[in-house]
Design a protein around this ligand. Structure first.
Ligand code: ATP
Length: 422
């Protein structure tokens, strides 16, 4: 089955509302095995909606529209759809009665405009709206050559109708493909560099097996998708591709699906009986926040010193004031001393530190906005890494905190590989 998602509304075109409906429908359809040929948006103009329906049915057998189903004068979808299929709009008496009851129950008089909601194109079925007044509409022509689902624009109503009436209906229709997804989560490597390290996959990838790189502030997700008529075959192709990716870039992969770096790291620390403390300058406690978002983190997280002022770096963490003066707060020796300092102060096995320039001000040619030193210390010694990120303060704080978590993960990985105790 091939689908076209058509979202309708001037507010979507002018950027007042973000098109959440297309994203949600796209995800649901792809999980169901429906191929989405195109997703488009048009304004509240009869002519454009009509033209887009024409275009949509050229390639798709299913068109799903959202928006413009309400009672106001700019809600045109039902009229245009009726006109498109050449059928009249008729009052649905059951629906009309339901609407009257709805207003009566609320002690409100029935507004004339609401009559419009009871108008249904002839030959169309209603799809119940469990959370609002306007039901969805459904029509399938002979042999399902042209199917249309007309849904309201309000995301909550659209989803409720789709879940209760549309998706179950589509699931029973025969020609759905099998779609298998698997997501591998990486961290500590950028999108381009990851792709480079993965290398040539042309002998594995084709129209039925795809790989997408999806970057975020906690790392790059690799989404593997296999399509086919046979579920076992799709699963086996995904498995094979996963194996190749693990061979090539396995050291960056920290989890799968909805795993979170802080939780995966927490499990590794618990398993090895290790504790962590953080010394945070530019992240302002964000690393500690992420670590403590995980239930049970008291097993391995000791505490944090938010050493934003240099005075705190010196007085609490024991950073040498001469080193600070010579190298500046955003520097390798300071990051290392902060990590050692917090480890000693709070009595943890591992100390991790962040010192950087989150921006948007404070950058210099040597240390532009987005520069961070992440320090790491344990009983064996200490070291630090310099990384360079972007100009946005919030994004930087997220990226910086991910780097600090990644620093610990990488060190545990190294130790595991060399069988050394931490
Ligand atoms: P109503 O019965 O309220 O008139 P409707 O079906 O006519 O519903 P619209 O009037 O087009 O829907 O949109 C109602 C609201 O739903 C919009 O103000 C907007 O906030 C939201 N909305 C519409 N389309 C989308 C969309 N594609 N993604 C996210 N939100 C949307």
């Amino acid at each position: 089955m091939k689908a076209h998602i058509l979202t309708i509304g001037d507010e979507l075109l002018i950027g007042q509302t973000v098109d959440a409906n297309a994203a949600w429908l796209g995800e649901q359809f792809s999980l169901l095995g429906i191929e989405i040929v195109r997703s488009t948006t048009v304004g509240d103009t009869a002519h454009t909606i009509h033209t887009e329906l024409d275009r949509a049915f050229e390639d798709a057998d299913l068109v799903v529209t959202t928006g413009g189903l309400g009672p106001t004068h700019d809600d045109l979808t039902r009229e245009v759809v009726a006109d498109y299929f050449g059928v009249p709009l008729r009052v649905n008496e059951t629906l009309m009665q339901m609407l009257r009851d709805y207003y009566e129950r609320r002690g409100r008089s029935f507004p004339e405009a609401a009559r419009k909601i009871a108008l249904v194109p002839a030959g169309f079925e209603l799809m119940d709206n469990p959370v609002g007044t306007a039901p969805g509409l459904w029509y399938a022509s002979a042999n399902d050559a042209r199917m249309i689902a007309v849904l309201p624009g309000i995301p909550q109503e659209m989803k409720a109708i789709a879940e209760a009436a549309l998706l179950p209906r589509l699931r029973t229709r025969g020609d759905l493909q099998t779609v298998e997804h698997r997501t591998l989560l990486t961290t500590g490597v950028g999108e381009s560099s990851l792709q480079e390290k993965v290398g040539d996959l042309s002998e594995y990838l084709d129209d039925a097996l795809k790989l997408a790189y999806l970057p975020s502030t906690s790392g790059v997700r690799m989404r593997l998708t296999a399509y086919g008529d046979d579920r076992a075959e799709a699963q086996s192709r995904i498995k094979q591709l996963e194996q190749v990716l693990r061979e090539r870039v396995g050291r960056y992969i920290f989890g799968t699906g909805d795993d979170e770096l802080e939780a995966v790291l927490g499990d590794q620390l618990r398993e090895r009986g290790l504790t962590v403390a953080t010394a945070e300058s530019c992240t302002g406690g964000f690393v500690a926040h992420r670590l403590t978002n995980v239930s049970g983190s008291s097993d391995y997280f000791v505490g944090s010193v938010v050493s934003y002022a240099n005075r705190v770096k010196v007085e609490q963490l024991g950073v040498d004031p001469d080193v600070l003066a010579e190298h500046g707060a955003v520097s390798e020796p300071v990051a290392r001393q902060m990590a050692q300092g917090v480890r000693t102060l709070l009595g943890a096995n591992i100390g991790v530190s962040t010192t950087g320039i989150a921006g948007p001000t404070g950058g210099t040619p040597d240390k532009p906005v987005g520069t961070i030193w992440v320090g790491y210390a344990d009983a064996q010694g200490d070291h630090a890494r310099r990384l360079q990120f972007v100009k946005d303060r919030t994004v930087n704080k997220e990226l910086f905190s991910t780097s600090a978590l990644e620093m610990i993960r990488r060190q545990l990985q190294r130790r595991a590989a060399s069988q050394e105790p931490a």
